[in-house]
Design a protein around this ligand. Structure first.
Ligand code: ATP
Ligand code: MG
Length: 452
């Protein structure tokens, strides 16, 4: 009898389905924001991981899987996605393309940790990296995207925590202030923190052992050491998030565990139930020096990583993304309509509108049963009468509204729904062949009277 390696998991069928639904959902969301997929190897040069995460980080000190391969090279199983992606950006000169690059990745990461719920030795991350951006607007957009993911997944009680580590000058001043503050308090800190005091005092703030001690709570705050430029940039991030109605809190102790972060950092956390431990589901921030330090050009970057197992744990089983769902279900009444709808089905699919029709259904009841099974958002139905008039009835299953469209309008109507285009009101009203008055955007006098 063999057993799985400690800290690894068999993902059985039901859970595999959950994970792949979440992955597909995440890809869809970041696709809307213009991200493209990149796939990079699991095997990394040890030097790359150590250099990027930092020799004093927990990951490098305690968690990496390092080994020598048969050719005597030092190899590390990637513990995170950013360094391997940035290595690929540099090696493939992706920075010569139109910037910013907006990349997403997904895959297994490896960390030698003490296994427990939500903490494994092999786990899966979904992350994004924007390469070639200095704008704090992009920091905010990345945070907005992370928070939108939680909102769309109907996760309750998530907290977006943000902070800034400032620019180099601010960080140096702050590190000095921390050293000054901690120097006569070392005896009260944990063993790791004593070492952090010498190597990177910022990391003391990230200590899980000392997290709630008075000493840490009263430590100097980065906000008092920020340069004017860093302050102004952080203000833009906050303003943008307010504008976008992203609820957030500023957590001055948030420093993140990897060495490469600069200025904006953030986490999305689910607070522990009944005083239990809170879980960080997503972490990220800006890292402006990493590309240069790995031998590439000087380019600002920002990104985040989600732990997929932790995300899957908090997403409700009953939400839409787990259900099969199509946008349109075509229901023909009679043989002529069926032949007609076969063509229409193909046209809709060619335009990227996912649609279904039950070829086997013998009556309306069976057609509607198929629509329910497919969780169709729209029912498109027509019989001989409509065929003659060149019209179709479209029922929105969510709002229960029904409209009659000219057949020629259907594809456009559905594409507007798919794109949820701002420019179109998607009113679907029957204009008798005349152009819809909403054609050029929302119009208060729209002929469909829906905007009154
Ligand atoms: P933590 O503080 O929980 O150790 P971290 O700061 O090490 O997290 P990151 O390196 O920022 O985490 O990774 C991003 C996300 O990956 C985390 O927020 C978490 O959801 C997930 N993650 C990190 N380590 C593990 C692990 N060992 N097992 C499962 N998921 C993990
Ligand atoms: Mg960790």
């Amino acid at each position: 009898m063999y057993s799985k390696v400690k800290g690894t998991n068999d993902v059985l069928m039901e859970n595999a389905k959950r994970l792949s639904s979440i992955e597909a959902f995440l890809k869809r969301v970041v696709g809307v924001y213009g991200y493209e997929e990149i796939r990079v190897p699991i095997l990394s040069q040890t030097e790359l991981i150590h250099r990027s995460s930092g020799d004093t980080s927990d990951i490098v000190k305690k968690e990496t899987f390092d080994f020598e391969d048969r050719g005597g090279r030092m190899i590390t199983l990637r513990p995170e996605g950013t360094a391997p992606v940035i290595r690929a950006v540099i090696e493939n000169k992706l920075y010569t393309r139109q910037l910013p690059l907006k990349l997403f990745y997904m895959g297994d990461m490896f960390r030698y940790e003490r296994p427990q719920k939500g903490r494994y030795r092999e786990f899966s991350q979904f992350g994004v990296e924007v390469v070639g951006t200095n704008s704090p607007y992009m920091d905010a957009e990345v945070i907005l995207m992370a928070s939108t993911i939680f909102k769309l997944l109907q996760v309750k009680k998530y907290v977006v925590k943000i902070n800034t580590l400032g620019d180099k000058e601010s960080r140096e001043n702050y590190k000095n202030a921390l050293k000054e503050y901690f120097k006569d308090k070392l005896d009260s800190l944990c063993e790791d923190c004593k070492e952090r005091f010498n190597t990177n005092p910022l990391r003391i703030l990230d200590c899980k052992v000392d997290a709630n001690s008075e000493i840490l709570l009263n430590a100097p705050k980065i906000q008092d050491y920020l340069s004017e430029k860093s302050k102004a940039e952080f203000e833009i991030v906050k303003k943008y998030l307010e504008l976008m109605n992203v609820p957030f809190v500023v957590d001055t102790k948030l420093v993140r565990g990897l060495d490469y972060y600069t200025s904006t950092v953030f986490e999305v956390v689910i607070d522990g139930v009944d005083g239990g431990q809170s879980a960080t589901i997503c972490g990220g921030g800006r890292y402006d020096d990493l590309i240069k330090s790995l031998g590439g050009p000087e380019l600002g970057c920002v990104g985040f990583g989600f732990g997929l197992e932790r995300l899957a744990d908090i997403v409700d089983d009953n939400i839409d993304i787990y259900k099969k769902s199509v946008l349109c279900q075509l229901i023909p009444i009679g043989d002529d309509a069926k032949v007609h709808f076969v063509k229409l089905l193909n046209e809709l699919r060619l335009q990227g509108v996912d649609s279904e029709m039950d070829y086997e259904a013998k009556n309306l009841k069976q057609h509607f049963k198929a629509a329910d099974a497919n969780n169709a958002k729209f029912i498109i139905i027509a019989g001989d009468e409509e065929l003659k008039a060149g019209t179709l009835n479209v029922k929105n299953k969510i709002t229960n509204e029904e409209v009659t469209l000219h057949e020629g309008q259907l594809i456009r109507y559905m594409m507007q729904v798919v794109g949820e285009s701002e420019e179109s009101c998607g009113c679907g009203c029957h204009h008798d062949g005349e152009e819809c008055c909403c054609e050029d955007g929302h119009d208060e006098d729209c002929c469909c009277h829906k905007h009154e």
